[in-house]
Ligand binder design. Structure first.
Ligand code: DX5
Ligand code: ZN
Length: 234
């Protein structure tokens, strides 16, 4: 049976001067979760949110908070994000293994690898679970699906843009990975990047049931209509 669609509001496109109000607006619209993009200026070419803001968001909602860690050495920050109130911690597999030559310098993106360092990744997923949180891996468009790690994950997040910014164009390269996951994985299957009325049906058909959206949701006149439309794709 298909799982119900859950809309996850990516606050990257929210009005940060009015975060509490934005959170309430998303809750009223019927979102199921909040997605918090944490970027360090090294793993991705942008800087955003640290645990202190997660803590602030936590005070304004009881919905699950997912922290998408686009940071180098994510393992060193799991404890801070867990203590700040994250329910789900999403870590990028590209942080575990040797980088492709094209992205070894600090200012070369996207970060990609050919082979995941499974023991190191597994240790950090275990660390997440040790704090009583759900552990997700995140996979960039150019990185192959790492099937060996699935048994250690509560969910998988497939990127349909190269991470770093909201408002980018959906990359259909993500779809075969969703299809494969749907066949072999029982946990959450999430998609992130370029989700809108045209791309969401493709992602759902391929196997995603958690739809993460920033610009489509926050840019809409009616976030409720957007949420309703996405949920009706089930
Ligand atoms: C990209 C982030 C996404 C982003 C989505 O690096 O991980 O979560 O906020 O933005 P939209 O929905 O505008 O593509
Ligand atoms: Zn994200």
């Amino acid at each position: 049976m298909n799982k119900p669609i859950e809309v996850s509001a990516s606050i990257l496109a929210a009005d940060f001067g009015n975060l509490a109000r934005e959170i309430k607006r998303c809750e009223d619209a019927g979102v199921a979760r909040f997605h918090i993009d944490c970027m360090d200026g090294h793993f991705v070419p942008n800087l955003t949110i640290g645990p202190v803001i997660v803590e602030a968001v936590r005070r304004h909602t009881r919905l699950p908070l997912e922290t998408h860690l686009m940071i180098e050495h994510p393992g060193d920050y799991i404890e801070s994000y867990a203590k700040a109130g994250a329910d789900i911690i999403q870590i990028q597999v590209e942080c575990y293994g040797q980088r492709r030559p094209s992205c070894r310098q600090w200012n070369q993106w996207p970060k990609e690898i050919d082979q995941v360092d499974i023991p190191a990744l597994r240790a950090d997923l275990k660390k997440v679970r040790g704090f009583g949180k759900k552990a997700f891996v995140v996979i960039n468009p150019g990185t192959p699906l790492c099937e060996e790690i699935l048994k250690d994950c509560d969910g998988v997040l497939i990127m349909s843009v190269n991470p770093g910014f909201a408002g980018q164009k959906f990359m259909p390269e993500a779809l075969p990975k969703l299809k494969r996951l749907k066949e072999i994985f029982k946990g959450d299957i999430a998609i992130d990047g370029g989700i809108n009325a045209q791309t969401a049906p493709l992602a759902v058909k391929a196997g995603a049931h958690v739809l993460i959206t920033a610009s489509y949701l926050f840019g809409a006149d009616s976030p409720s209509e957007v949420t309703k439309g996405l949920k009706s794709l089930a």
